[in-house]
Design a protein around this ligand. Sequence first.
Ligand code: ATP
Ligand code: MG
Length: 361
Amino acid sequence: MNASVPLTLKSISKRYGNLHALKPISLHVAAGEMLALLGPSGCGKTTTLRIIAGFTTPNTGNVLIGGADVTDLPPNKRGLGMVFQNYSLFPHMTVGENVAYGLKMRGIGAAERTRKVRAMLDLVRLSNFEDREIHQMSGGQQQRVALARSLVTDPKILLLDEPLGALDRNLRESMQFELRAIQKRLGITSIIVTHDQEEALTMSDRIAVMADGQIVQVGTPLDIYERPENQFVSEFLGTANIFEGTLAGPAADGYWNVRLALPNAPVVKVAGPKGLSSSDRVRIAVRPERLSIKSKDEALRARVRGVVFRGSYYAYELDLPGSTKPIYVYNSERTEAGEDGTIGLAWPETYAILLNEGGAR
Ligand SMILES: Nc1ncnc2c1ncn2[C@@H]1O[C@H](COP(=O)(O)OP(=O)(O)OP(=O)(O)O)[C@@H](O)[C@H]1O
Ligand SMILES: [Mg+2]
């Protein structure tokens, strides 16, 4: 196995006619790291991957693998392994022949081919399937054949474009863990493209969130989820309740008092950077699982629109007077509304997120 190498993109851009599919993006993936490219359809994820692989030529910028500039090298000279959503396996070949294909192309002898193919099939837990036909394999098994085929040539970098997209939910979840375990065991620098937030959170060391041909935020899953820099990221990574407000002056320990733009103008506390000024307009995001519901004595009162049981929690849909959108709260217990039909919303100081828009940050 190759020693892990880093991957660097320097100001890569791509135009298709008038469409700026990629505005210049730069990205560094450390040796052995798994990075997820996450973003909505059409934001440029596959284009980025194809440029790294050498199938698409960028208009500007450079691709560096292990510090060496590969921008002008053809795909087969870049030392990459690739898995796509539809696997693109050869249907008329057996599992073993599919995995051996890349080795054969490189002129590797039969004995070594057999040895390497078996080692790879062991790795993906398909040891006894070497002679099976592809069409006799389930979706999850085919996915593992594709992975084995992409890894057998000892690539320096592994590129995965929606590799689990064709699998049903349960299989998908178990494959996420398995793929991640294999990637870690090999220590191979990898990029996984997905538009599934949970998949990105589960599988990667860091996530690059893309929108509209640009990278809008890069960080660890926890960073991206708990400290999104703007409303797009906070809403793309799961449900976020957005509140508008005005800074009403500093509170203790790096917190600000924020006057929410709601009737009675309740004041809540939010962690925020220094250097803001009072009366700045701000926007705040709070995750549904961070808000909680109290039967009484809370400054924020909301009317219950509906409650559903979701196994490990109750999901509340609430009308907050003065707010145009409903508020969502995930609460571990069921709490009855008072006689006036309202309940109290408890504000989580630690987990309220000050967003980039509206003058702050
Ligand atoms: N060969 C091409 N010619 C013209 N436009 C293209 C070409 N390839 C991609 N595009 C456009 O570039 C943009 C980015 O496409 P890309 O395939 O990178 O998106 P994506 O993020 O992978 O989306 P999805 O999640 O749907 O796969 C899209 O608007 C797409 O229509
Ligand atoms: Mg794509």
